[in-house]
Structure formats: C-alpha cells, structure tokens
Design a binder for this molecule. Structure first.
Ligand SMILES: [Cu+2]
Length: 276
C-alpha cells in the first residue's frame, strides 16, 4: 500500500491529541509541568487548569494550520512551466466559518480568563478572610506586615499557616513592583498610592511532598519561590520572594519568636570618637 500525503495528515491528526494526553502523566509524575510548577493554592490550581484548557486546543489549532498549509503547498504546487492553477473565488459558507470559529474561540478564552480574574484579584470579603498580610514592595526588597499578629513585620520570606485563607494586600513605596509566586497565584502588581488584592490558602496536604515537588522542604513545612515580575530598577534581580507554609502551631511559634526578637533592645551605637 502506498502512503499518500492524506494518510500522513490523517495519522498526525489522530496521533497528536493522543500523544499530548499520554505525555501529561509523565510530566505530572516527575513533579514538573510544561511551563508552570504544580499549584498549591486553589487560585493557582484554577489558573493552571485554565492555562491547560487554552494551551492544548491552541497547540492543536497551530498544528492543524501548519499541516493544512503544507498540504496546500504540495497539493496545489505549480507542476511545470506551463501549468496554470485553477482560480478559486468566493465561498460564502467557508468565509463565514473562518470568521466565526476564531471569533468564538477568542470570546471563550476572554470570558473564562475574565471570570478567573474576578475570583483571584477582587478584594476578598472579611467573612472569608482568616488572616491578613500586607505585602509592600520597595526598592529593592519585600516587606510582609501581619496586622493580625501584633503588627509583626517580616522581610524576604512570607510565613503563612496552612489551611488558612490569607488575604494579601499589595502596596508599594516607590515604583511598580509585581509579586509572583507561580505555584501559588497569578502576578499581582504593587502600585504606589493604590491597593491591589489577592489571596492564598495552602492545604496542609501539600506539605508532604511540597506540592509534588514545586516547593522545597523546610524544617517545619515547605517553601515556594518567586520573583518580582516588574522591572523596577537596578536592584530588580534582588527582589526574590519566598513563601513558607507551616502548620498553625509552628506558625504561632514563629510569630512568638519574631515578637521576642523585636523586643530585644537594639545594641548601643558605638560612641563617637572624641575630639582632640
Ligand atoms: Cu521590584
């Protein structure tokens, strides 16, 4: 049996979704993903699913277009110096189809994305909020204020208890920064003079393997990493982000330790040198 181009195209169409489906568990089992790390907060999980819902059809459309293009190039190529192709004019059903299909796909992507944004970046209500953290971006570090824990202020690492809905309020003291820990949530800008909101809730069940390997084990929990995602000046690279989740009891111990440390009197300044 001779294989025609049509057979090859048909086989590719059948094999492609199967190959994509088969590859997915391999990625997941290794604790890695196509692009994003395994999500550990419900908002991150939904963003991840939305990303897959958009990416898989996008890959199929891309390959369909490219294979169709190759088919047309070979099938309707000029077959000799005297060959004149058959002209094709107007095909109303086809034109309606290629207008409607992309319009519907884009409208669907826009609607799903907008709905997700509404869930992730509106100010969470007081009723659902169990704890507050104010994230302040400042050239070139991040501060985390805990108004519910005696006004505690942490730097560099945000520490959160597991199974707790934490409302995040974003502020900036100078320029626009952007807080992003891909395993947890979407990017949220920290804008001077303006407040943005997001949230996180890390289940204690994620601590056993740190969300399938997207985080690193610490003494009492797991740590997920991110970076400032908005070029904010020469020290931009230094605005690293760590979020450490631990059980509630360890979190309370951490709070007590921080508060004790902040009550320690600061060492006296060295005396000024005496004049002659
Ligand atoms: Cu920054």
């Amino acid at each position: 049996m001779r294989f025609s181009l049509r057979h090859v195209i048909l086989a590719a169409w059948i094999a492609l979704p199967a190959a994509l489906a088969a590859a997915q568990p391999v990625f997941a089992a290794g604790g890695t993903s196509w692009i994003f790390p395994n999500p550990v907060s419900p908002n991150g999980e939904r963003i991840y699913q939305l990303y897959q819902w958009i990416t898989i059809p996008a890959v199929i459309v891309f390959l369909g277009v490219e294979i169709g293009l190759l088919y047309i190039i070979f099938r309707f190529r000029r077959r000799g110096p005297d060959h004149v192709g058959k002209p094709v004019h107007g095909n109303v059903p086809l034109e309606i189809a290629w207008f409607m299909a992309p319009t519907l796909i884009v409208a669907l992507i826009a609607t799903l994305s907008f709905l997700e944004l509404q869930q992730d970046f509106q100010k969470p209500t007081d009723a659902e909020t169990q704890m507050n953290i104010t994230v302040t971006g400042t050239q070139f570090t991040w501060f985390y204020d805990y108004p519910d824990n005696g006004g505690l202020r942490a730097r560099d690492t945000m520490v959160v208890p597991t199974d707790t809905f934490v409302r995040l309020t974003f502020e900036s003291t100078d320029v626009i920064h952007s807080w992003w820990v891909p395993a947890i949530s979407g990017k949220t800008d920290a804008v001077p003079g303006y407040q943005n909101f997001s949230w996180l809730k890390i289940s204690s069940s994620k601590l056993s393997d740190c969300g399938g390997g997207s985080g690193d084990h610490t003494q009492t929990g797991c740590k997920w990493h991110g970076e400032c995602a908005e070029l904010c000046g020469v020290g931009h690279f230094g605005m690293q982000i760590d979020v450490e989740a631990m059980p509630q009891s360890d979190f309370q111990a951490w709070v007590a330790k921080q508060q004790a440390a902040s009550r320690q009197p600061s060492p006296k300044a060295s005396p000024s040198p005496k004049g002659p």
